[in-house]
Design a protein around this ligand. Sequence first.
Ligand code: 3H9
Length: 644
Amino acid sequence: MSIVNIRREGEIAVVTVDNPPVNAISAELRQGLSDAVAALDADAAVRAVVLTCAGRTFIAGADVREFGKPPIPPHLPDVVNAIDNAAKPWVAAIHGAALGGGFEIAMGCRFRVAVADAMIGLPEVTLGIIPGASGTVRTPRLAGVEAAVSLVTTGKPMKAPKALEAGLIDAVIEGDLLPGAIAFARDALTRDLPQPLSARPLAPMSDEFWQGARKAASKAGHQAPLRALDSIRNATEVPFDAAMQYERETFLDLRAGDEAAALRHVFFAERAAPRPAVIDGIDPRPVTRVGVIGGGTMGAGIAAACRNAGLPVVLIERDSDAAARGLANVTKVFDGARARGILSDEAHAERLAGLGTSDDYAALAECDLVIEAVFEEISVKRDVFAQLGQHCRTDAILATNTSYIDPRLIAEGLPHPERFIGLHFFSPAHIMKLLEIVPAPETAPEVLAAAFALAKRLGKMPVRAGICEGFIGNRILKRYRAEAEALVESGIAIADIDAAMRGYGFKMGPFEAQDLGGLDIAYLQREGARAEGQDVPETLGDILVRAGRKGQKTGGGWYDYAEGDRKPRVSDTVAGLLAGRIAGQRVMDLADIAAHLVGAMAAEGQAILDEGIADQASDIDLVEIHGYGFPRWKGGPMFAAGRA
Ligand code: 3H9
C-alpha cells in the first residue's frame, strides 16, 4: 500500500490518502497526489475524482516536523495547482479536519463536501507562518475577501455547517461520506462546472476595510496575522501567479523565523505534556461525579468548569448561607456566558440543573472525585480532609487545590492516602487553561492518570509538578517578582519595567499585574512564614501593603489610580515610601530589562528541572504560557533562554 491509492467506482475515481495519524502532507504524499492527477487525466474512462482520507481525519496540514528543514519538491502550491487545473473535476470529501495545507488541497479541488462535524480552517498563523499553498490567494476567490481575512488572520477553524454558510464548502453530507461524495460528483457532472479558482477574478477592497482588518490582526501581538493580511491584500491587487509568488516568499521567510520556531515548539510541547511516561498504559480511575469544597471564586470556577464538561457537581459549604453564596457565584459565571452569547437559555438551565449545593459532607457519598478549594490556610484544609476521610468512598479521589502549601501536610493522617493528589487550578478556573497536577509520594498511578484524564475532559493543559513551595508556576512568579523588585532597588523606574514586559508581549508588567490581583495575598504568605520563624527579608511590596497600598482595590499599589479608572499613574507616594531602598536613578534599555527578567525565570526553571519538580523544560514553558501570560510566540522562558 502506498500513501495515495486509486480505485474506481464506475466513471468516478476515488483517491484515498492514508498517512497516519493525521494524513499530514509529506513529500511522498505530495508526489502521490501529483502522480494521481497525471494518471487520472490520462484515463479516458474517468470523468470525476473524489479525494478522501483514511483514518480519523482528512489531511490535517503540512507536516510540522518538516518545517525546520529545506523544502523538498514537488512543492505543495504546484500540487494544488495541478489539481485545480486537472482535466477532470476533483471533489474533496472531508471528515475530521481539513486544516492548513489540507484545506488548500481541498481548495484546489473543484468542489468540497464534508460531514457535519468536520472542521475547516487555516491555522497557519498559530504556527507563526501564513498559508503557503494559496490559502491567502484562493480563499478570497472562493468565499470573498472578508471571510478569507477572518479565517486566515485568526487561524480559528469552523465546523462544516458554518463553512457552508461562509461559502468555503459546497455541501454538508448527511449519512456516509464517501457514497455521498460520489453521488455529489455524479450530480455535478450533469451541470456546467465552475471555473477553477485560479481563473476567478477578485475585486479590491476599500482602504477603510484594510485599516480595520489591520487593527484587528495587530491584536495578536505577533507578525504572522499581519503578514497574512498583507498577502490577502496583495492577492486583491495583482494577478494570481504574482500573488502566489508573494505568498510563498512570505511563508518561507516566516517559516525560518524565531516566532515560527517558538510556536512550533509550543505545538509539540502541548501534545507531549498531557501524556507523561509515568501514566503510559495506566487506566485512569473513572470520574463521573465531582464534589467541590468551597464556593468562593476558585471553588465556583472549578464547579463551573466541571459543569461545562458535563460532569454533575455537588458544591459543599460550611453552612446554608455560604452554600447559597457559592451557588450565586457559579450562577454568575453562567450568567456571564449567557450574556456573551456563549450559552443558550437551555444550556444555562442545564448547567445549573446538574449542580447541587449542601452544607453536609454526606452529600459527597456518590462522588468519585472531590476537589478542596477553601481558604489557603493549613488548619482549614486539614479540617476539610478530616471530614472527607469520614464521608467519601475509600476509592474516591481526594484533591487539594492548594497553590503554596505542601500537599503532604494537608493529607497527613488521611486514610487511603493513595487516593490523594494536588490539582492546582488557576483563577478564573473555568477560563484559565493551566492545571498543575501534583502527585504526593503515595498517590496511586491510576489516580494520577485520572487527573490527566480530567484535564482533557475539562479542556485544560495539564502539567505534572513535583512538590516544592509554589510548585512550578508560583515559584517562578516569586523569582520574577523578586528580580523585578531588585531592578527597582537598583534605580530603574517601575513603569519602565512594566513597559519592558508589555513590549516583550505580556499583557501586563509585573507591577501592574500585582496591582490588579492585590499585593496582600503574597504579603500574608510572607507574614505567615515570618510568624513561623522563617527569615523572610522585607520586600518593597511589604512596605507598600503596610502603608495600606494593596493595589487597585485600595486605590493604589505600585501605582496610583483615579476613582473608577484602571489606568496606572506613576506615584509620588510610592517614590517616597521606597526612597530609602532605592539607589538613585538608572536607565536600562527596555529589551535588556525584558531579557534580564526572562533570564531570571529561566534560571529558576532550570533549578526546578534539576530538582525533578518538572519533567521537561517544555512543561515549564507551558506553565508560563497558559498560567502566567507569557507570550506564546516567544515559546516560554526555557525556549527563549535557549535561543538567547
Ligand atoms: C500548513 O499546513 C502550512 C501550509 O499552508 C503550507 C504548506 C506549504 N504535522 O493533535 P493530536 C501529530 S501548517 C505533524 O493529538 P487529535 C501530533 O503531533 C499545518 N504532526 O490529534 C500527534 O503526534 P504524536 C496546519 C502532526 O486527533 C498526532 O499527530 N495544520 C500534525 O487530537 C496526533 O495529533 C495544523 O496546524 C502536523 N500538521 O487532533 C493542524 N498535526 O501522536 C494541527 C498533528 O506522535 N493538528 N500531528 O504525539 C491538529 O490540529 C490536530 O492534530 C488534529 C487532530 C485536529 C488534526
